[in-house]
Design a protein around this ligand. Structure first.
Ligand code: FES
Length: 160
C-alpha cells in the first residue's frame, strides 16, 4: 500500500461532508468491523449524457476507508452511471496500491456505498430500518436512518 498517498488523502480528504443538493445518496455498513460509508452524488448533463458532476462522502470508518472514499469521489467525476457502476473496489483504491488483505473490505465498503448511491435514484422512499431495542442512546444505524429520511433518497445495504 502506498503510505504517502494514504497520508496525503487523510491529511486533506477531498469531498468530505454532506451534499445538501445531492441527487442521490447511498450508505453501506460493514458487519466485519461495524464501519459505515455514505456517499452523495450530483449529476449533470454533458454532451447529451448524464454524468457525475460531483460526489461527496462521510465515513464512520477506518483511515483506509476514508482515503479510498476521498480518492473515489475524485475518480468518478465525469463518468456516466454505467461507467461508475463498472468500477471495482480495486480500481477505486488504485492510487493507494494493493490493499493488504485485512483492508480489502474497506475498499469494498466504498464500492458498495457508491453502487448504492448510483442505484438510489430508482429508490423512491427510504427502506424501513428495523430498530433493535436500545436503552436510550441511538445507535449509529438509527442516526443514519434519521439523517437518511431528511436526505430523501437513501438505500442502506449491509455487505455480505
Ligand atoms: Fe472496516 Fe476499514 S477496518 S472499513
Amino acid at each position: 500500500m502506498n503510505e504517502e498517498t494514504l497520508q496525503s488523502a487523510l491529511s486533506n480528504p477531498q469531498n468530505l461532508g454532506e451534499m445538501p443538493d445531492a441527487d442521490a445518496v447511498g450508505t453501506v455498513g460493514s458487519p466485519d468491523c461495524g464501519d459505515m460509508v455514505r456517499m452523495w452524488l450530483k449529476y449533470k448533463e454533458k454532451d447529451g449524457k448524464k454524468v457525475i458532476d460531483k460526489a461527496s462522502f462521510q465515513s464512520f470508518g477506518c483511515q483506509t476507508a476514508i482515503a479510498v472514499a476521498s480518492l473515489a469521489t475524485e475518480l468518478i467525476r465525469g463518468k456516466t452511471k454505467e461507467e461508475a457502476l463498472q468500477m471495482s473496489a480495486a480500481e477505486l483504491s488504485a492510487p493507494l496500491g494493493a490493499l493488504p488483505p485485512m483492508k480489502i473490505h474497506c475498499g469494498q465498503m466504498v464500492e458498495g456505498a457508491l453502487k448504492a448511491a448510483l442505484e438510489a435514484d430508482s429508490v423512491t422512499a427510504p427502506a424501513p430500518v428495523s430498530t433493535p431495542v436500545n436503552f436510550g442512546s441511538p445507535t449509529l444505524m438509527d442516526s443514519l436512518a434519521a439523517a437518511g429520511k431528511s436526505a430523501g433518497k437513501i438505500k442502506i445495504v449491509l455487505q455480505e
